[in-house]
Design a protein around this ligand. Structure first.
Ligand SMILES: Cc1cc2nc3c(=O)[nH]c(=O)nc-3n(C[C@H](O)[C@H](O)[C@H](O)COP(=O)(O)OP(=O)(O)OC[C@H]3O[C@@H](n4cnc5c(N)ncnc54)[C@H](O)[C@@H]3O)c2cc1C
Length: 501
């Protein structure tokens, strides 16, 4: 029989996405030896973080701050762009507003206070950021104006971010094992001492003085999804990583960790109706400029309630609740030039027609008369006296409709019309583990479990019902860095104590 291999390290990090690699880099630069266990093979590394655009939300007070983060910004960029400012207080207020004031105030304030500092730390670790011109700013009167509190993305998007983090971790001497699925924590009354995992199918152990869990949520686990999010969530399409199936959370709960946050909530978007699972998901996020209708031909949501990066994450749930779990987004010719890149290409379920009647014939699964009636009522209700402006909440609303549209309401009257079929694509789950502001996992008696830390998607308590775009990566980086620092400090203290003994 082959001899069982047992590893030894100061800190084990479970997962190799953004939160995990930030934790690993932070722990290593604070003096600990670090081993990362990643369930996926190397070719699929990076979890959900790889599937992102790399868009990241952080607080900044103007150009001087931005020059420290987007170091390639040119004078030309600055001259043609209104980046505005996004103070910490506004980020915090967005967290509160988006979550209907449920967000854990201590964690949310840490996220918002530390966001800029953490961005500078990422830059110091060779992560490059660039402005998101294509998706977060429209050119009006010759100048780009950013809106919605998000202006930057990692160079190379999610894959670029993950590659850069892995490169930096490797430079610092972090060891990463792929095909290594954590299954259990090694723990006793004194805390956590390592992880049992399957490495290429073989049960293996790593002894450590601290463990940082950063293995994502459970959006890719159909059973957990149905159990916690509720009926119909088994029918949702799954965006992103196939590996985020909740073991990290379950392992910690077995070690008496406290569950926290919105276990029945998740981030879910409207993605192409026939989107393949475990893909980017072909989200369709320009819905604020059109209308969305269901199989009955009815509108069912205020498409213009806010900028899309404040509403897109809760739209998937509303679509899932519609008959047949699908909807069509319909646009008039006046706005089709504003549709994001994702509306073009082959993996798009699209129909086009010169008249609304012809379009109605082409909208598969939709009640034609219902659709025509809905559009007529919608067109009659639009406040045409208010000018349309995609860069601000323009207040161009409907009047008197049971389902209002609050901004960017344009009558559908100028063909050719375009319509795109969408369904619900789940991105990640909100429920997870309770941590304190040191990233220490709390137990059911509200004590820190010695040696157990967590960061990223599997932390519960930050997001409820909804989510401000770009906050996922920022939360992973902020709490990953904090977990790495504190786990290293904890080990340092253990070593000091051992020396004294
Ligand atoms: C298509 C898509 C687009 C997105 N776009 C953005 C965006 O632009 N900006 C933004 O802020 N957020 C975005 N998000 C959300 C964002 O991806 C997450 O909030 C963030 O990446 C989570 O980081 P994480 O490190 O916690 O998890 P992940 O990046 O998912 O990493 C978790 C890792 O743990 C591994 N793992 C799981 N179980 C185990 C186990 N048992 N043992 C070992 N390893 C395990 C997984 O394989 C994975 O590599 C997007 C998500 C998707 C799916």
């Amino acid at each position: 029989m082959a001899e069982e291999r047992i590893y030894e390290t100061d800190i084990v990090v479970v997962g190799a996405g953004n939160a995990a690699m930030c934790a690993a880099i932070s722990a290593r630069e604070n003096g600990a030896t670090v081993m990362v266990l990643e369930k996926a093979p190397e070719t699929a590394k990076g979890g959900n973080s790889t599937f992102t655009h790399g868009s990241i939300r952080f607080a900044y007070n103007g150009i001087a701050d931005l020059k420290q983060i987007m170091t390639d910004l040119t004078e030309e960029d600055l001259a043609m762009t209104d980046f505005g400012a996004y103070p910490e207080e506004e980020f915090f207020e967005d967290m509160c507003r988006m979550t209907e004031y449920r967000t854990d105030p201590e964690l949310a304030s840490l996220l918002t206070n530390k966001s800029f500092e953490t961005m500078k730390w990422l830059v110091a670790h060779k992560i490059r950021f660039v402005p998101i011109y294509g998706r977060q700013a429209f050119k009006v009167d010759g100048k780009f104006k950013f809106w919605g509190g998000m202006i930057a993305e990692a160079a190379g998007g999610g894959p670029g971010l993950v590659e850069a983090l892995h490169k930096e971790a490797s430079r610092l001497g972090v060891q990463v094992l792929f095909d290594a699925m954590a299954t259990e924590l090694i723990h006793d009354d004194d805390g956590v001492h390592g992880v049992i995992f399957k490495h290429k199918g073989k049960t293996t152990k790593v002894h450590a003085k601290a463990v940082i869990l950063a293995s994502g949520g459970f959006h890719a686990n159909t059973e957990m999804r149905t159990k916690y999010l509720g009926p119909k969530w088994d029918l949702a399409h799954t965006r992103g990583s196939r590996y985020n199936t909740g073991e990290g959370i379950q392992m910690a709960l077995k070690a008496s960790a406290l569950a926290a946050g919105n276990w029945s909530g998740c981030h879910a978007v409207g993605g192409d109706r026939f989107l393949p699972d475990f893909s980017e998901g072909f989200q369709k996020l320009s819905f604020p400029f059109g209308i969305m209708i269901n199989a009955d031909g009815q509108r069912f949501v205020d498409e213009g309630a806010d900028f899309r990066n404040y509403t897109y994450a809760k739209i998937g749930k509303v679509i899932l609740e519609q008959p047949g779990q699908f909807a069509w987004q319909v646009f008039d010719q006046k706005v089709t030039h504003l549709l994001r890149d994702e509306y073009r290409g082959r993996k798009v379920t699209k129909v086009k027609a010169d008249t609304l009647e012809e379009l109605a014939e082409k909208l598969e699964g939709v009640d034609k008369e219902g659709f025509i009636k809905t559009v007529q009522e919608f067109n009659e209700s639009v406040r045409r006296d208010i000018p349309f402006n995609p860069n601000i909440r323009d207040g161009r609303a409907t009047v008197g409709l049971a389902v209002p549209k609050s901004n960017w309401a344009n009558p559908l009257e100028q063909g050719p019309f375009e319509a795109y079929a969408v369904t619900c694509g789940i991105t990640f789950t909100f429920g997870g583990l309770k941590i304190n502001t040191n990233g220490e996992v709390q137990d059911v008696l509200y004590h820190s479990i010695p040696g157990l830390y967590a960061a990223g998607e599997l932390v519960g308590g930050l997001f409820y019902f909804n989510y401000p775009g770009g906050a996922g990566l920022m939360a992973g980086s902020v709490f990953g860095k904090i977990a790495g620092e504190n786990a290293s400090r904890f080990i340092q203290q253990l070593k000091e104590t051992e020396k004294l003994v």
